[in-house]
Ligand binder design. Structure first.
Ligand code: PEP
Length: 254
């Protein structure tokens, strides 16, 4: 059994004080649930949010990291620094790929570095609108998944989280259909995992959907057996909508 997982990606929103207030509201509003919950604040809010959530079931994650432990990399944050505050780290988000030119090799190095330091990567994969319209969705998702995990052992891969996020669905209000997301996740994400690491690994990895998820549409995704939860951007910035998504997920997976 894979534990359902809801991850909030706050992107470049929330000061430390605002992040604490949001984390406190989520903590107070969260009823005992079978869903694992992770929030990913910006780096500057990590210690403050960690302080609020310490001792609660809510985990903290980062949104990005460098692959080196330390060195002359001005402006970067290493896994050694993150592991003081975080259990999880988002890697290869489409905004990193699009605006900061991260490629599959960069993503691969980051995934390996996170695992080396005991952080759980939340690896993001997904096609752009142009790729989708060109019929390349399956190939893009399979390639991104395979290349990010090259060199890892089946045991390492089994512990990580993958988020299928069609780029055209992120922040647009235009979510994929549940059926489409399930198809890509089962055939292209889990299919690739099965080919590269075996069927048991493909069964154990948690795979999320991401892209314009709301409390109203989350049920459409998490009712599917292959989708274990969601990576949530906009709707994770308000406690009410984030809690709504968590509670709907618990209901659907009960
Ligand atoms: C995201 O940031 O990964 C995301 C899915 O954003 P949104 O929910 O706003 O589409």
């Amino acid at each position: 059994m894979r534990q359902p997982l809801i991850v909030g990606n706050w992107k470049m929103h929330k000061t430390a004080a605002e992040g604490q207030a949001l984390a406190r509201a989520i903590r107070e509003g969260l009823h005992a649930t079978t869903v694992e919950v992770v929030v990913c604040p910006p780096f500057t809010a990590l210690p403050a949010v960690h302080a609020v959530l310490h001792g609660s079931p809510i985990q903290v994650g980062a949104q990005n990291m460098h692959w080196e432990d330390a060195g002359a990399f001005t402006g970067e944050i290493s896994p050694v620094m993150l592991k003081e505050w975080c259990r999880y780290v988002i890697i290869g988000h489409s905004e990193r790929r699009q605006y900061f030119h991260e490629d599959d090799e960069t993503v691969r190095r980051k995934v390996a570095a996170a695992l080396r330091h005991g952080l759980t990567p939340i690896l993001c994969v997904g096609e752009t609108l142009a790729q989708r319209e060109a019929g390349q969705t399956g190939a893009v998702v399979a390639t991104q998944t395979r290349r990010a995990l090259e060199g890892l052992t089946p045991e390492q891969v089994a512990g990580l989280v993958i988020a299928y996020e069609p780029v055209w669905a992120i922040g647009t209000g235009r979510a994929a259909t549940g059926a489409d997301a399930e198809e890509v996740i089962q055939r292209r994400v889990r299919g690739t995992l099965a080919e590269a690491f075996g069927a048991e690994v493909a069964r154990r990895v948690r795979v999320l959907y991401g892209g314009s998820v709301t409390p109203e549409n989350i049920g459409e995704f998490v009712c599917r057996p292959g989708i274990d939860g969601a990576l949530v951007g906009g709707a994770s910035l308000k406690a009410e909508s984030f809690l709504g998504i968590i509670h709907e997920t618990a209901r659907a997976k009960a």
